[in-house]
Design a binder for this molecule. Structure first.
Ligand SMILES: [Zn+2]
Length: 475
């Protein structure tokens, strides 16, 4: 442990004890007992198959909360897809804190799993199962935090609300969409914590914690080319497939302008300082922020080649992912279409961006338009503030629990936080520590062997406790 870390820890504990007063001494969580209970709830949640049917998990969570004197409410847009909300009252001196975890999971191909996907098997220090890191870990962290606050009867400056939402994986209308549209008053908060962050371990040691403070906004764009149909034996200049292919080719070559923001700028600046970054990586992270366009462009090229996720953080990204046209080899079709997966940086103007795409396509035979609304569409959202009490509390918790650097992160994918941020809630994505090589080995979220280290589950519960009690306990 470095001198600086020690200094910060001492300061953090001094602030904590002075603020909680002498009573805090008798209000320390009993960690061995909490760990035993954590594992029980976590395994129970994983054992419910909640693929597009969250009811069993929701009923279980409601019962645990009710049994512990925290009355829980069920809100369901569809009977099998309920959301659970419970609130612990504070003095109202500050606005509430919302802590979330989604109960649904993506589907499984059980034949590909070494351990049955809903068995929550413990093996070699891991717990295996669908939802172990997406998102029954966050659900368990939220549950244990509110239960512990209640049992220790910690006086609170603000209400602590838990939300276990359904439908995060592809149908947010039944989950966060429903809650925000119909029951917003029950979840309205100053701050929220949810999935979307990631804590990275390398060789058994946590190197950094990504705290999601912003996310890109998905906006699909469709290209539709029109031409004259005819016999395939007589090629036509207007061939819709040829026009579309050329348009897709131009889009594929195009790299929209770099648009950094406070989150992504801070992210790269801090990432360049982590001890495990190679000199080549550190140079790319530094150079990408350079005011010199030649230096920045070379770093951009390096990231596109070596770290495409980081390159996507630099700009609105465009990936042509579906192409359709024609139905017989001897028929020239009159129409062909392509779908572009567009992930906009939050300050992008969608209408102006669409005009840019039209300019790149540069072909009157090809229409360019947004694909329109989907069940999983996310609204525009603003960045959670880095100078907020919440971010500072999270940073202090990362230092105390993980001894690592905090990286505010803009995720390239979308989460349920988008809907809340659009309503003014400052949301922060958090996540347990996972070994860097675990994802590439096939143990990541949505893959055919999801898993989490038990020790990291417990550490994550402590991290949740630090943040939730740090933000809500009376000062
Ligand atoms: Zn998730």
């Amino acid at each position: 442990m470095t001198h600086m870390t020690l200094g910060r820890l001492t300061l953090a504990s001094a602030v904590c004890c002075a603020s909680l007063g002498m009573q805090a001494q008798s209000r320390q969580p009993d960690w061995p007992k909490i760990e035993e209970e954590t594992l029980r709830h976590y395994q129970t949640l994983i054992r419910f198959d909640t693929t597009e049917k969250e009811r069993p998990a929701a009923e279980y969570l409601k019962k645990v909360l009710d049994d512990n004197g925290i009355p829980a409410q069920i809100y369901a847009a569809e009977p099998d897809r309920p959301n659970v909300v419970a609130r612990l009252k504070g003095s109202g001196r500050k606005r509430p804190l919302l802590v979330m975890g989604h109960t649904d999971t993506v589907s499984v191909d059980a034949s590909k799993w070494k351990f049955p996907p809903f068995s929550a098997t413990r093996d070699g220090g891991y717990v295996y199962g669908r939802g172990t890191i997406d998102d029954k870990d966050n659900a368990t962290g939220a549950l244990m935090a509110i239960l512990t606050l209640k049992r220790l009867a910690i006086p609170l400056d603000r209400d602590v609300i838990v939300l276990f939402e359904s439908g995060e994986e592809g149908n947010s209308r039944v989950g966060i969409g429903h809650m925000v549209a119909e029951h917003f008053a029950d979840i309205d908060a100053e701050y929220c914590l949810a999935e979307g962050g990631a804590t990275t371990r390398e060789r058994g040691k946590v190197t950094y914690a990504e705290i999601q403070t912003l996310e890109k906004i998905p906006r699909g764009i469709e290209l539709v080319s029109h031409g004259i149909s005819g016999h395939g034996s007589i090629p036509l200049k207007s061939n819709a497939v040829v026009h579309l292919a050329a348009a897709v080719g131009r889009i594929g070559e195009w790299r929209p302008d770099v648009k950094l923001n406070e989150t992504s700028g801070t992210y790269f600046r801090r990432l360049a300082t982590i001890p495990t970054a190679t000199p080549e990586q550190a140079k790319a992270y530094r150079d990408v922020l350079s005011p010199d366009p030649t230096i920045a462009r070379a770093a951009d090229d390096w990231l596109l080649e070596n770290e495409p996720r980081h390159d996507s953080m630099l700009r609105t990204s465009v990936s042509p992912n579906i192409i359709q046209g024609g139905y017989r080899s001897n028929v020239i079709p009159s129409e062909a279409r392509a779908t572009l997966d567009v992930r906009m940086v939050p300050d992008e103007d969608p209408a102006k961006f669409l005009e840019l795409v039209k300019q790149i396509v540069n072909d009157p035979a090809v229409d360019v338009r947004f694909t329109g609304t989907r069940a999983s569409e996310r609204p525009a959202n603003a960045q959670a503030k880095l100078d907020s009490e919440a971010f500072k509390t999270i940073e202090a918790a990362v230092t105390k629990i993980y001894g690592a650097v905090t990286l505010p992160t803009m995720s390239t994918g979308a989460t349920d936080m988008a809907q809340l941020r659009a309503r003014g809630v400052q949301c922060f994505g958090i996540g347990p520590a996972v070994d860097m090589e675990d994802g590439p080995k096939g143990f990541g979220a949505h893959s055919d062997q999801e898993r989490l280290l038990e020790s990291e589950l417990h550490r994550f519960v402590r991290f949740n406790w630090e943040v939730v009690s740090g933000l809500a306990a009376a000062k």
